[in-house]
Design a protein around this ligand. Structure first.
Ligand code: KG4
Ligand code: ZN
Length: 361
């Protein structure tokens, strides 16, 4: 059955709407994907200010959804459902998009799908290529860093996650201490070009240790201290290269352990590894992960750059896949600031308590 879904994403600093259609033969087409970035509003503060984000979403949401519908060339009557991010994220912003989605669903008598933002990232590589389930996923963004065995939409098992900061957060904070603008990841990548990654020794947190968890807070503190004493562009370039190298090295070390565990559990099957999330846009990280996966006999996939960072096409696709399985939500769906994809794992492992004191990602 062909399904056409409007997706809405407002969990951080992008207001996004998209229309995605999955044809009878399973082919996925992004009919439109519109993103309004709030970077300029947050730039003076060096990071995302939740109240500013929520207000900015309110101001533009109607126009962005209208633009996505017009660009897709569809009418509300052509839709089979509405999918909106219901968390995790900055709850004021999540409420804006989710409420708007509910209003459309109610007014047009359409089913609502309340999508977990992480599930959006998990399906994002499927927007542009035919990547069948199951696969091992590294989800690495500004708010999250985790390894998941993905058996299908709504069926993720977590193998590891960060015990403190997310990798993108480390990129952003270290970039800030190097005097780079927000968001820091892309700026740091540019600065690192031509730098010597071996000049500054940085902590090698968790390398070679048991398990698949991540930790970036030691690296963040050490790099910020070093950055404070640097003045020349050449020094900064070398530190940026060292930071990028340290992050890539840890991502590969932890991923390698997950690849081994996953291969063991999926013996005799085609082994696929997917990396998604904003940090997957980093060319060094991507290339190093691809080599790590290949060395263990895994095929490698990553979404096109436009679908690595936050967008609504991935939310719409998660909506399509859930709708096809009859997984719809009521208009009483709540906005959730924290919402682990694998709730059982999050509850079972006390390092990752889901409450206010739990790890951020
Ligand atoms: O997926 P995303 O847009 O938002 C979250 O769900 O968090 O990821 C944004 C994060 C930011 O931390 C940004 O600095 C990082 O992805 N990022 C990068 C690059 N592009 C975006 N980090 C390193 N290198 C990049 N090229
Ligand atoms: Zn995201």
């Amino acid at each position: 059955m062909s399904l056409t879904v409007l997706g809405i994403e407002t969990s951080c600093d992008e207001t996004a709407a998209a229309v995605v259609r999955r044809a009878d033969d399973g082919r996925v087409e992004v009919l439109s994907s519109v993103i309004a970035s709030q970077v300029a509003e947050h730039a003076p503060f060096g990071g995302v200010v939740p109240e500013i984000a929520a207000r900015a979403h309110v101001e533009v949401i109607e126009g962005i959804v209208g633009r996505a519908m017009a660009a897709a060339g569809v009418d509300y009557g052509d839709l089979d459902g509405v999918a909106a991010t219901a968390g995790p994220g900055l709850v004021g912003g999540v409420m804006v998009g989710l409420s708007f989605g509910k209003a459309v669903a109610l007014a047009r008598d359409l089913p609502l799908v309340a999508v977990n933002h992480l599930e959006g990232h998990a399906v994002s590589a499927r927007l542009a290529a035919d990547i069948p389930y199951p696969f091992l996923l590294l989800l690495v963004s500004g708010g999250h860093c985790q390894l998941l065995a993905v058996a299908g939409v709504g069926a993720c098992r977590r193998l590891g996650s960060t015990i403190d900061d997310a990798a993108g957060e480390a990129f952003d904070k270290i970039a800030k201490s190097l005097g780079l603008p927000y968001p820091g990841g892309p700026a740091l990548e540019t600065l690192a070009e031509g730098g010597d990654p071996e000049r500054f020794p940085l902590p090698r947190s968790l390398l070679g240790r048991e398990g698949c968890d991540f930790s970036f807070s030691g690296l963040k503190t050490a790099a910020a201290r070093l950055a404070a004493g640097l003045t020349s562009e050449a020094d900064k370039r070398d530190l940026a290269a060292a930071v990028q190298e340290a992050i890539a090295r840890q991502l590969c070390d932890r991923t390698d352990r997950a690849l081994l565990a996953y291969a063991h559990a999926h013996e005799g099957r085609h082994l696929r590894f997917v990396v998604a999330g904003g940090v997957a846009a980093n060319r060094t990280v991507r290339a190093r992960l691809e080599a790590t996966a290949a060395a263990r006999g895994f095929s490698f996939a990553a979404p096109p750059l436009a679908y690595c960072t936050d967008n609504a096409a991935m939310i719409a696709l998660a909506g399509v896949e859930r709708l096809a399985l009859g997984l719809v939500d009521g208009l009483d769906a709540v906005a959730r600031p924290r919402w682990p994809l694998d709730e059982a794992a999050a509850l079972a492992n006390p390092i990752h308590t889901p409450g206010r004191k739990g790890a951020k990602a």
